[in-house]
Write a protein that binds this ligand. Sequence first.
Ligand code: SF4
Length: 351
Amino acid sequence: MRNMSKESEYDLELNKIKSWIEKYKINKVLIQCPNGLKYLAFKLAEWFEEQNVKAYISSSNCWGACDIAINEAKYIGCEAIIHVGHNGPYHEKSIENVRIFFIPAYYRRLNAERVIEKLRPYLANIKSVGLVSSIQHVRDLLSIGNKLASEGINVYIGNPNFKWMYPGQVIGCNVTSAISVSRYVNSFICISGGVFHAIGVRIMTQKEVISYDPYLDKVTKEEIDMFLKRTLTKKLYNLTRAMDMKRVGILLCSKIGQCKLKEAIKVKHLLEKKNYKCKIIVFDNLTPSLLENFLGDVDFYINTGCPRIGLDDLRLYENFIIINLGEVDYLIYGKLKDYDIRKSLAWSPNF
Ligand code: SF4
C-alpha cells in the first residue's frame, strides 16, 4: 500500500478510512474536497482504488460541513462520501442512505517556534490571549499555547458549543470557542489560512485579532480592522437603502446545513405584513450572475444561507443589496443607530 500520508502536507488519516471501509463494507465512494484541497482528490481516489473501492471525485464547490454532496452521491449510486477539510455532526452517520466520513486534513508542517517568531512584534503589550484556529491547525494549538505561556502570556483555549468541534476550533459561522473565553482576554491569535476565520472572531468578540497564516507565513492585524470598518459602512448603507424599497428576494440555500426554510417563510410573512412584496428564491451556489436574472423584479435580497455571503462577499455583490437573516429586525423596527454587526453573523448551521 502506498503511504500517501507521508507524501502529503496533510494528515488524511488513511488508517481510519480503511477501518471505516471495512466496517461498513463500502464499495463506491464520492470524494468531496474544498477548492483549496481539491488537489488531494486524485491521490485519494488512487488510494481508494488500491483498496478495491470505486472512487468518484466531486468538482463542485464545497464550502464547509454544511455542504455535503448527498444528491451527487445518490445520482451516481455512491453509498458513501469522504468529505475532506472539515469536521461535522454527521461523521460516520447516514443521510438519505449515504454514509458520511469527515477527514479534517490536519496540517503537518506548522512550526510553533516559527509562529512565535512571527508573532513576537505583536506580543509586547499582550498579557492574556485567546487562541483559536481552523480545523487544520487545532492539533498545534497546545504547543503554540505552551510557547506563548513561556513568554509570560496567559493563554486561553475555549470550548465551542458543538460537541463535534474541537477546543479552540472556529468556523466561518461559529466562533463560540473564542466567545467562551473572550471575557478573560484582550486579544485573540487566530491560526488559519487567509483572514476569513479571524474576521469572524473579530466581529463576534469585538476584540483585537492577530492572524497568522501558516501557508504564507504571514501575520495580519490592521487589514482585519480595515475590513470591519468598510463592511460596517457598506452594511449601514445597504440597510438604509432597503428601507425605502419594497420588492424582496428571499434567498434560500438548498445545501443541507444552510437550508433555513422555516426562517425564510417566517421572514416572508413578517415582511408581507409590512407591505413588502416577497418571493423565495432557491439557490445552491450563489453568484452575482444568478442575481442579475432578477434585476427587474427584486430591489434587495435577504440571505437566509451562509451569513458570510452577506458579509465577506459584499464586494462581490456590490451591485446588489444583500441583508443577512440576523439583520431583518432593522428592516422591521428601524433603529439603525443601534446597529450591531454581530447580528449579521447571528446564525447557526442547520445541523
Ligand atoms: S454556513 Fe458558511 S460559514 Fe458556516 S460552515 Fe457553511 S460555509 Fe462555513
